[in-house]
Design a protein around this ligand. Structure first.
Ligand SMILES: Cc1cc2nc3c(=O)[nH]c(=O)nc-3n(C[C@H](O)[C@H](O)[C@H](O)COP(=O)(O)OP(=O)(O)OC[C@H]3O[C@@H](n4cnc5c(N)ncnc54)[C@H](O)[C@@H]3O)c2cc1C
Ligand code: SF4
Length: 326
């Protein structure tokens, strides 16, 4: 680990005031400290933001929910309003990491966690994301866990988060503050596909701080599910996951929101798939067709072709669970 200076921000203004090119905000530290130990992250300064008043989970005036950037994953997962009104977010958070990690991990840090691509985490290897222009060792290398959607010739890394998949299906909004003021970004516009610049993963500007995430009011009569498929039942990242929010009336799907994880370079939403389901009977045949459309652009690598079928089955099963009347 390189030498760095450390300070504790007492206010949002204090945190923003410290900003220069090589600063990192510290929340739970479960991504940042790991990457510093590996010499992947080498900040000159760390600003601990944990004293900022950003840990609240509160109702919004329109009946939605506001989740502070420093709200811990465990607290959000077990919050009664989340469990009752946004159960797929609770399920997604509880499926991630371990109890100890979830007690530390924050909402904002989870939004910005980095890929688990092994080459990204090894400074001896070529990686365009860590070191732009150096190449991509994963293409043709160990890529079993990596993406089949949203990839480019420069990077095929998966966004590893469970939380972010649920937030995408819930159409969350991310609230930011920086030296140019405050702004709000729909989660669908927050993440970037790698293209030629895999080092840029989000639209977050230099020195911008995530302050909160808001969820719209829960859709009336909707059922939801987060289904995660992985190599073992706990403490493992998704190979494929599906977040589904669906409203079914008289056997017909009225409103469907779908996001997929574990298979793409960002939390993956395909509006064509949702349109193909809305107004249709909630049948296995329709779900299978939706999964076919969603995976039709998949570009498997040398080791992850199995994800195409796995993701299809994951989506079909999640849709079946979310649309089955209780
Ligand atoms: C062993 C292990 C297993 C894991 N398994 C899973 C899993 O199954 N599923 C899953 O989804 N995740 C998993 N994770 C990842 C874990 O969820 C993330 O590490 C965690 O959510 C990051 O949150 P944090 O608060 O610790 O972030 P930090 O490490 O503090 O920060 C992460 C990044 O975000 C930046 N940042 C933090 N807060 C803000 C803010 N408010 N504004 C702007 N920038 C900010 C930091 O500067 C840093 O760059 C696992 C992690 C580990 C170590
Ligand atoms: S897939 Fe992306 S993160 Fe992994 S080695 Fe290639 S460029 Fe780096």
């Amino acid at each position: 680990m390189n030498a760095f200076t450390f300070s504790r921000a007492r206010s949002v203004a204090d945190a923003l005031g410290h900003w220069h090119d090589n600063v990192r905000f510290l929340a739970g530290g479960t991504t940042l400290i790991d990457l510093m130990k590996l010499n992947v992250e080498r900040p000159a300064e760390i600003i601990d933001i944990n004293a900022l008043p950003l840990a609240e989970v509160t109702r919004t005036p329109d009946g939605g929910l506001s989740i502070g950037a420093l709200a811990r994953n465990s607290d959000v997962a077990h919050h009664p309003d989340v469990v009752h009104d946004y159960p797929l977010l609770s399920q997604a958070l509880r499926s991630g990491a371990s109890v100890q990690l979830r007690n530390m991990a924050s909402t904002g840090g989870n939004l910005l966690q980095r890929t688990r691509c092994v080459y990204f985490r090894d400074p001896a290897m070529a990686c365009n994301k860590r070191s732009p222009g150096s190449g991509c060792a994963a293409i043709g290398g160990f890529n079993r866990n990596l993406a089949i959607l949203g990839t480019s010739a420069h990077c095929i890394a998966t966004n590893p988060s469970d939380q972010n998949v649920a937030l995408t299906a819930l159409e969350a909004t991310i609230h930011l503050t920086g030296s140019n003021g405050e702004r709000s970004v729909p989660i669908g516009d927050f993440y970037l596909v790698p293209g030629e610049t895999p080092e840029r993963e989000t639209v977050l500007g230099p020195g911008e701080l995530v302050t909160s995430v808001t969820l719209p009011p829960p859709a009336a009569g909707a059922r939801s599910i987060y289904l995660k498929l992985r190599d073992r039942a706990s403490y493992e990242f998704a190979l494929a996951s599906a977040a589904v929010v669906a409203t079914v009336r008289d056997g017909t799907m009225q409103r469907v929101r779908i996001a997929m994880g574990g298979i793409a370079t960002k939390p993956w939403r395909n509006l064509d798939v949702e349109m193909a389901l809305q107004g249709q009977p909630a049948t296995r045949e329709r779900f299978t067709e939706a999964a076919r459309i969603l995976l039709s652009d998949a570009k498997p690598q040398s080791e992850n072709g199995f994800k195409v079928e796995l993701a299809k089955r994951c989506l079909v099963h999640a849709l079946s669970l979310a649309t089955t009347a209780v």
